[in-house]
Structures are given as C-alpha cells and as structure tokens.
Design a protein around this ligand. Sequence first.
Ligand code: OGA
Ligand code: NI
Length: 411
Amino acid sequence: MKLNFFRKLDTVVISLFLYKYTSIHFLNSHNLISLLIYALVSLRLSQEILVLSCLQQWKYILPASERPNVVEHEKSTGAADNANLELPIVDFAELQGPNRSQVLNSLASACENYGFFQLVNHGIPYEIISNMVDVSKRFFEMPYSEREKYMSADINSPVRYGTSYNQRTDGVFCWRDFLKLVCQPLPDVLPHCPSSPNDFRTLAVSYAKEVKFLFLMLVDAILESLGLMNKKNTTREDEDDDDDDDDKDEEKEILKEFEDGSQLMILNCYPPCPQPDLTLGMPPHSDYGFLTLLLQDEVKGLQIQHQENWVTVEPIPGSFVVNVGDHLEIFSNGRYKSVLHRVLVNSMNYRISVASLHSLPFESTVQPCPKLISETNPRRYMDTNFASFLEYMKSRDSTKKNFLESRKLTS
Ligand code: OGA
Ligand code: NI
C-alpha cells in the first residue's frame, strides 16, 4: 500500500464527508488487525486524521488483480472514450409498428451477442423517470439517522438499506450504498416503503408500475423473438389453425405468470471516490431474474463484459439499459446470455441508478422452455427457484456468475 495514498488532504476531507453523509462506514473484521496496526503507526506519527482516513478506506481497496485498471486502460487506448460501447438500440415505438419483425431480429441479436441493449422511445413519461432519479438522490442525501431506519439484517425484508454488495460476506467492500424495495405484491409492501422524503412513496410507486408494464411488453417481444409466439401480423388463415390456438393459450399463461411475478427495485448511490482505480461500485456479477431495466443518470459507470473486455456503457438520457438475467438465459436454454457487468466509480460525481429486476413469482420453478429443447439442442440447465438462489447467496460468493454456473448441466 502506497503511503502517499493517505497523505492527500483532499482524500481526508472527502472521506470525512463520506463518513458523515453515507453509510459506507462498516468495519470489515477481516482487515481489522491490519487496520489497527496501520492506525497505531499513524497515531505514533501524530497524524490522527490519517487514522480516520485509513480506517475509512482500507476496506474498499481491492487486491491488485481485481482493480478496474482504469488508468492503464486509458493510457493504452489513448483516450477513455475508446473504451465506450454503443450498445444495440431497441426502439420500443418501432416495435409496436409495421417494422416489428426487423426490430425483433435486432432484439434477438442483442440478447445473443451482448446480453444488453438500450431501450429508447419506451413511452414512460420523462417526468416519472426524472422524478425517480431525483427522489432517489434526495433519499441518499438525507441524514444517516433517517436512512439507517431501513437497515435490516434479514435479506428477505421487503425494504432494506445497506452498503457494499453483500455486506456480510464481502471481503472487500464496494463503494456503494443501496436501498432495495420488493415491489410485489404492492399493497402488502407499500406500508414498509420509506415515508421520507415525503414524496418518496408516491413517486416510487408510480415509477414501479410503469416499469412493470414496460417489462410485460418486453417479455411479449422476447417470447416472440424466441419463436414462441404467433406473429402479431397473422393472417385470418393462420388464426384458424388449431396449433396456433394452443400456442396462444400457452403464451397467455406465461404472460399471466409474469404479471404476478416478482419485481425488485434497487436504488444505487455511488458517492465520489478519492481513489476510483482501487475500488469498484459493484463487483462483476450477473443479475438474478428474467430481465433488468436499469435507469442511470448522466454519469458513466456501468461496464459490461464484451468479447473479453470491460467496456463502458454510454448513458442515453431518459432511456433504459435492459439486460438478460440468469432466468432468461436458463429459459432460453442458453440462447440469450446473462452477461457479467460491474460499476466503476469516479472522483468527481455522485452517480445514481435504479435497477428494476423482474421475474416469475418467487415460488415458481425456472426451467428451460420445453419448446426450445430438442435432440439437437438438449437441455443445458437444471431447474431452479428463488429459494435455491437465496441458499446460494448465503453460502457463497454470489458474484462472478457462480449461481448460474451452478445450474449448468455438464454433459
Ligand atoms: C445492479 C446493477 C448497475 C448500475 O443493480 O444489478 O448492475 O449501473 N447496477 O448501477
Ligand atoms: Ni446488475
């Protein structure tokens, strides 16, 4: 550890600020002994302020091999922007029009090759979106005493405020605070939803409802892109076909299941970090669930793994970043990919994102769709459900796609 890391006055000032205004101050017992030694050495040097700074920051420093290599990357490519990725764009309005089949093809290729796309023209009023980002910001700006009320050791709690990724198991902490809100069934969960800021509930609920509707429309498109639905523009003759009627019933059933399905909203706050190259806002992970709809503000940070490189997703204001989750990879029997992603932090700006994770009801079993399995394309994943995922989360490192890997059948 380089000593000059702790010598920067701005580092100290920022960390004191963070100490006061964020919940990023949990001690990691793993590093406690090294921390104390460091603290004692610093005390001997009568640099008390350094002690605070070191206590604060030590637990966020990743081993060299896991650091984001931001600086090296910028140096080697000449400019940070070279690492930015223009994700495939899906125009939701076009999807409802005469070009639906072309848009479905690009949707399918995005899910196969990137696991991600940006959704524009989605029809959710701009006000609902900007209010959601704004009220999230105001939530994290509240005094710690207000935010702390929503902390819970129970990972099943419908409302849970916390820090890092999995604060009970993380060896090194992430530079992130979060608020998780279970949104299904809304009437049961609503009373637990934060009542401050005082417009939080109203804004979060109207946002959650809009995103859920959008998700259902996307599922419809995804099923069609997998060849599981009748084309929207069918002729009369097609509609008379008995097989098609059976298909329609099945589709309706799948869609109905998703209507009653799970929805988890995660509000993420990434404060400015004095040494962004030593830590991460979120470690590499894939998302549990069928689809995630992510709203990010204008500050960059999200990176996805694409062709073995980490590439930054360029924010498009007002759009959604949509990604395939583990359940869709399983459901599609591996055709659509649940891709690793992570979050970088920066030294200048707060970054806010709101992730909405959707899937089948918590008690449902997720399995490869029988229609997508054949002799030439045998089943690649075993059945799974939410309970087995929670068990996995409790027992192991939930990052790096391990859960999904554990569901793979080896032939
Ligand atoms: C997540 C996630 C990315 C971001 O919440 O699962 O990947 O940019 N968020 O905050
Ligand atoms: Ni994620």
